[in-house]
Structures are given as C-alpha cells and as structure tokens.
Design a binder for this molecule. Structure first.
Ligand SMILES: [Zn+2]
Length: 469
C-alpha cells in the first residue's frame, strides 16, 4: 500500500513530510529558511505496487538506451500536475502523470523521451548534482519545491540560477531553468525516444498523445499549466515532425498487452482513491463498475474513509478473484492493522511478501511492523529480522528505521536502537539529529564493529555543496 497512509492517510503524511522537507532544504542550503516554504505541500510517495509497475515500464527503455547498468530508483512525487524526468539514477514521476495517462504507452512514451535526454547527456552537470544529493527527500524537494529554491540564490551553481528565475517570475520559471532544454536537445530526445520505442516493439502514439494534449492546453487561456509542459515547449512543427516519423514505425499500431493495461488501471484506481477522495476511482472506471480497478478503488476508499469491516469484506472478494495478487494481501494487512488485529495482519503481509515478485522492501517493513505490534518476545525478534530484510532492499526508506529502533529498544539493545534512529533521521535529511543519535549509539556499540563504523560514517557525513566550517 501507500506507505504514507498507514497512520494518518496520504494527506496527513504529506503535511508532515512537507515539514521534513523544509528542514532538509534548510540544511542543504546552509540554514536559510525561505518564508514561503511552509506553503509547499510536496511529498515522496512510497508504494510497492506502483513502483514495481513503473520499473517495468522503465526497464526495457533503459536497456535499449544503453542506460541500464546501475538500475534506476523510481521516485513518486505526490503532486497532481503532470511531470516526469530522470536525474542520475532516479526516475521522478508525479502521481498526477500516472493518473492522467490512460494507457501504459502514454507514460512509457514520456519515459522514452526522458531517457533520450539522459542518453544525450543533456543538462549533465545539474543531473550530477541531483544524483549526488543524499536522500530522496532532499532531491525531491530541490526539484519540486521551486519556490523554496529562491532562498538559495546566494549559493553557487545551477540550482541557485533557478532560484534567480523564481525571483523574477514564479515557480514555473524556476522549473524551466532547472529542467529546461535547448530546442536541439528536444529534437534529439524525440528521435531517441522513437528509436527506443521501436526497438522495444512499442508505439509512439502515447508520446504523441501526451505532447498533443500539452499543445492544446497551452492554447487555452486559464488552463492549469503542468511543469512538464513548461520545460517542454511543444511547437506545432515539432509535433508534426514527430507524428510523421512515428507513423513510419512498424509498431505504430501496437497496443499495450491486456495484463499490463490492467496493472495500469489498478494503479490509477489506487492513486485516485488516495488523492481524489471517496468515489474518485469509481468515477474514472464508471464504464466498468464491476471491473477489478473499480472494485479495488472502492476497497481502498472504504479502508481510507469507511470502516475496516466493510473494507475487509471488499478486499476478501477481490482476493477470491485474484488469490495470487500480492497487493491485495498487502491491503488486507493494512486494513487489519487499522482494525488493531496485528496477528491477522502479520499473516496477510507474510502472504504478500511471498507473492511479491518485485521483492519490495516496503512490504517487508509492513510485515515487520505488524510483528512488532504483536509484541511477544518471539515476534519482536522476527520483526527485527523482517525489518532488516526490508532495509537491505531499500536502504533509504526512513520509515523502516523507526519501527526497527523500537524493536531493538524492546529487546534492550540500546546501541542498535540509537543507530536505527540515526538512520531514520539521516534518510529524512535531518543530519544534525542523525549525528546526535549516531554519537549516542557509539557509546553503546563495540568500537570498530560494523554498526559502530556505520555510526561513524553518519557522524563524518558532510552534505554535498555545503562549505566546510
Ligand atoms: Zn524534453
């Protein structure tokens, strides 16, 4: 499920995350706190199902682009506008883009275009800077919170120049200078995208559809402008050129495999339920109200806005239809946690972990939290194992370390508990707190042990771009 929703719901988390990001920004930018940062409400969303799907979209494209060596982290930004871009090893995608795209092909087309920029080494210096930034939260905030970047204008580098942009003309200008490309770079990325799509047997229709939508939207005054549109001006000749070339591909009429389309629809139902409120998913899939996506959206909405018993009935009906769907069992676990039945929740998560082909660390963390909530000495030991398993696959998830710290604390291992707290703060970008916890951990850990050494790494860590004092 969506990591964020466990305790307070997606919206609640977004507000708290925004606060974290403000702190992160302050640290990165040397302590200047932009006054209007508080208005921002941007957060990274973690979800096993969406991440696995987007990774499946991205993987073949990167392979034919010759970019697959390091693997790519998918970073989902909780933002209803349309945006997607690659920076270093990270692919950033707004949930709004995923919700807007009616087919996998529409998103894959945009990913192909972005891969074209990456392969063409466009904006490399900026991309390097973003790739080096330590935590996802910090990177996301640098890219998304255009407004707060203004406070950084005194610092050097591209990001500061973007900050100057904002002083002159608002967040969109900042984004444009942050991720704006030359006209020739756009043309190159378009051509590369066509090549990648062709090599993977996919149509360029989705990419054209997205670009055409932006062109139309730009013509209408008063329409909301998406960040992607601003960084990608779509002159008529560019689209005409692209259509002509795209139509020549033998894969132009290829459509997404039905199983992939279904996963896409399930994802859209989930995003709609989390971001659009009750009934949002049902509205999208009103033509097929008994289809899996509509039912899934309804089950999630009932979990979020209704009662646990009702949600449980709905998810059990879905599990009957698709017993091997890991995310149905994951949602079942979420519902049972909300109903304060950790034992049953742990069973559901254990099932989900087993069925999840993508081996997401997030589901392991949910499982570990349920085990911790059971609270017996035996289940707490199991919780530590499971949480560490989750962390192995997903080191930068701060939410994994908080329950780990609690579990170690319950077993009396205070050194490891302090280290886990240090990791939680570290990956939130709150380096000062991280260092305090790490120093406390060291007093309890064996000098020179791996845990002690990790604590030392955190103590020694110096943020990228920050001057030595
Ligand atoms: Zn572009």
């Amino acid at each position: 499920m969506i990591e964020a929703a466990r305790m307070t719901g997606w919206r609640g988390r977004a507000a708290r995350a925004a606060l974290g990001l403000v702190l992160a920004i302050q640290l990165v930018l040397g302590g200047q706190a932009p006054a209007f940062a508080q208005r921002q409400n941007l957060s990274v969303v973690r979800d096993a199902e969406i991440e696995a799907l987007v990774r499946d979209y991205v993987r073949p494209i990167l392979k034919v682009a010759g970019l697959s060596k390091a693997g790519v982290d998918i970073v989902l930004i909780n933002d209803s506008s349309f945006n997607a871009f690659v920076a270093g090893r990270r692919m950033f995608i707004n949930t709004g883009a995923l919700l807007t795209a009616e087919t996998p092909n529409e998103i894959i087309g945009v990913i192909a275009h972005e891969a074209g920029h990456l392969a063409g080494r466009h904006q490399e210096r900026l991309r390097d800077q973003l790739a080096r930034a330590q935590t996802m939260a910090v990177v996301a905030s640098l890219l998304g919170m255009g407004a707060t970047i203004a406070g950084a204008a005194a610092n050097s580098g591209d990001i500061a120049r973007a900050g100057t942009g904002i002083a002159m003309g608002g967040a969109e200008v900042a984004r444009r200078s942050l991720l704006g490309y030359q006209r020739t770079e756009e043309a190159t990325a378009d051509i590369s995208a066509l090549r990648y799509l062709d090599a993977t047997g996919q149509s360029a229709k989705g990419m054209l559809k997205t670009f055409e939508r932006f062109q139309t939207a730009l013509a209408l005054s008063g329409t909301k402008v998406d960040p992607y549109q601003v960084s990608h001006p779509m002159p008529r000749d560019r689209i005409a050129n692209l259509s002509e070339r795209a139509a020549k591909s033998s894969h132009f009429d290829a459509v997404d495999p039905p199983a992939l389309q279904l996963r896409h629809d399930m994802m859209r139902a989930k995003i709609a339920a989390y971001t659009g409120g009750q009934g949002a998913a049902t509205r999208i899939f009103r033509k097929d109200p008994r289809g899996l996506p509509a039912l899934y959206g309804d089950a999630i909405s009932t979990y979020l806005y209704g009662n646990a018993r009702g949600a449980l009935t709905k998810i059990d009906a879905l599990i009957k239809l698709q017993p091997q769907n890991a995310y149905f069992h994951e949602l079942r676990g979420d519902i049972l946690m909300k109903a304060n039945q950790p034992k049953e929740a742990a069973d559901a998560y254990a099932r989900a972990v087993k069925l999840d082909a993508s081996r997401s660390g997030l589901i392991s963390v949910s499982y570990g939290q349920a085990l911790l909530a059971i609270g017996s000495p035996d289940s707490i030991k199991k919780a530590i194992d499971e949480l560490n398993r989750g962390i192995q696959r997903d080191r930068e998830n701060p939410a994994a370390y908080q329950p780990l710290a609690m579990a170690y604390g319950r077993t009396g291992d205070i050194g490891m508990a302090e280290l886990a707290s240090a990791e939680a703060e570290f990956y939130k970008g709150q380096y000062l707190d991280a260092k305090i916890f790490a120093a406390r951990a060291q007093t309890k850990l064996k000098s020179g042990s791996p845990a002690w050494t990790r604590a030392q790494d955190i103590i020694n860590y110096r943020e990228a771009g920050k001057k030595k004092n």
